[in-house]
Write a protein that binds this ligand. Structure first.
Ligand SMILES: Nc1nc2c(ncn2[C@@H]2O[C@H](COP(=O)(O)OP(=O)(O)O)[C@@H](O)[C@H]2O)c(=O)[nH]1
Ligand SMILES: [Mg+2]
Length: 425
């Protein structure tokens, strides 16, 4: 079949956009290796309670798990950027325990020799109950033996008193290993005294110090305790992506999207915002629907929240500083029509007034404006995360709805500031 001129152009534009996306994805994945975390310790010490507090899910939600070997079971849920492993065998008799220990050590060593960092077991949280005050000699042998081949942190679970003698005993038996004292879940004593959750921040900070660089971003995304760290992580990624000297930047994506055919240009240019939103959500550990980038219904409210503050209808409120400076005609007629479609019922097509900032926001790439929009979205995501959500609470569609509503409020608040940035640059 002979292609028309339009079809050929369209194919080229899409191919270029896909190349840019592939490069961005490749770079992202290189620095988003999911950490492999091994949980070990006797039954009942509080491993499930701990991972539930830190990551918002536990084995109960992951099903039976995948046996890596008889003594090592892997648990993962697709939404969480972390892989958890549980060791087996400490409950068995001495002979069986020794078999388990050897199996685990052999798995640790086998993986450590892989050239792919994603295969390595990056850290072990060995859990000991502070409440039980028991550390058997076999456990000490296990820990010593594991720590020869991988980093181990001792997690002293269910810590709700200051018993220094037990801590001292552990330190003497296992010198050089970091020890974190935690209470993963609030403890009620005598039905009255409440001891609040504590120590998890320390565990997270120490873990981040130990695990490889390429896994830190994913670990920060996966943990639910320190939202501030997620904010910093997202800001850092945005800075990298806005750096025009970087080989992979949003600017390249924006240029590729600029060539979208007339009428679709607005959509092409909005692709940058969708991609940026996807990046921010991922590094902050908020699940993103895979179809999000295809301008599905899910994506529309978010685009509306970004673009509509700069659209007004005739007779409505003043259109802003940027309009005063540049007038109101920078956006193409086709772009305006696409925007009117996007806006739906909110603004009628006939009496649509556009601030040129819509051109700046959706059109030619403006670093400062893009950064301000990114920061608004990062803060919106942080607000959402502070509501203590867990993976099972919402579908990705519901999450997107909530974020779009939050973003709408923030964009309206920041409208003037963004217009000023646009005028200055
Ligand atoms: N309040 C409180 N209870 C805990 C904590 N850690 C463990 N527990 C309790 O100890 C029991 C065993 O914990 P679990 O996490 O299932 O241990 P696991 O066998 O190591 O996975 C459960 O009844 C928990 O409620 C904690 O940090 N706070
Ligand atoms: Mg358990």
């Amino acid at each position: 079949m002979v292609k028309t001129g339009d079809e050929i152009q369209w194919a080229e534009v899409l191919a270029r956009l896909q190349d840019e996306l592939a490069e961005l994805n490749e770079d992202f994945n290189r620095n988003f290796i999911k950490p492999n975390i091994v949980l070990s310790g006797k039954t009942g010490v509080g491993k499930s309670t701990l991972i539930n507090a830190v990551f918002g899910f536990n084995e109960a939600e992951t099903g039976v798990g995948k046996p890596v070997s008889q003594a090592l079971i892997e648990y993962r849920i697709p939404e969480a950027p972390v892989h958890l492993f549980d060791t087996k065998g400490m409950e068995l008799d001495l002979e069986q325990r020794e078999i388990s220990r050897k199996q685990i050590v052999s798995e640790i060593r086998k993986r450590a020799s892989s050239t792919d960092a994603a295969d390595h077991l990056h850290i072990m949280w060995y859990c000991i109950s502070n409440e039980s005050r028991r550390l058997e000699s076999t456990e000490i042998e296990w820990i010593r033996s594991f720590s020869e081949y991988m980093p181990v942190v001792i997690v002293l679970t269910q810590t709700f008193d200051q018993n220094e003698a037990f801590l001292k005993f552990i330190k003497e038996e296992l010198p050089h290993l970091p020890i974190c004292r935690v209470l993963a879940k609030e403890k009620v004593l005598l039905g009255e005294v409440k001891i609040p959750q504590h120590g998890l921040t320390d565990l997270i900070d120490r873990t981040l110090d130990i695990i490889p660089e390429a896994t830190r971003r994913a670990f920060t995304a996966a943990q639910k305790i320190e939202v501030e760290r997620k904010i910093d992580s997202a800001k850092k990624l945005i800075q990298e992506r806005l750096d025009s000297n970087s080989p992979v930047s949003y600017k390249n994506l924006a240029h590729a999207a600029e060539a979208f055919p007339i009428g679709m240009d607005m959509m092409g240019r909005s692709a940058v915002y969708l991609y940026m939103a996807k990046d921010i959500m991922t590094v902050m550990g908020i699940p993103v629907n895979r179809n999000f980038l295809k301008f599905t219904k899910e994506a529309r409210p978010l685009l509306q929240s970004i673009l509509l503050p700069f659209v007004a209808s005739e007779g409505g409120r003043a259109i802003g500083k940027a309009a005063l400076k540049y007038g109101t005609k920078q956006l193409s007629k086709e772009g305006a029509s696409t925007l009117a479609k996007l806006a739906g019922k909110t603004v009628g097509k006939a009496n649509l007034l556009l601030s040129p900032i819509v051109g700046l926001v959706a059109g030619s790439f403006n670093r400062k404006v893009t950064e301000a929009i990114a920061n608004s979205f990062i803060n919106t995501c942080a607000d959402f995360l502070r509501q203590e959500i867990s993976y099972k609470d919402y579908s990705t569609t519901e999450i997107m709805e909530k974020l779009s509503i939050g973003m709408k409020v923030r964009m309206n608040e920041n409208k003037e500031k963004i217009e000023e940035l646009a005028v200055k640059s």
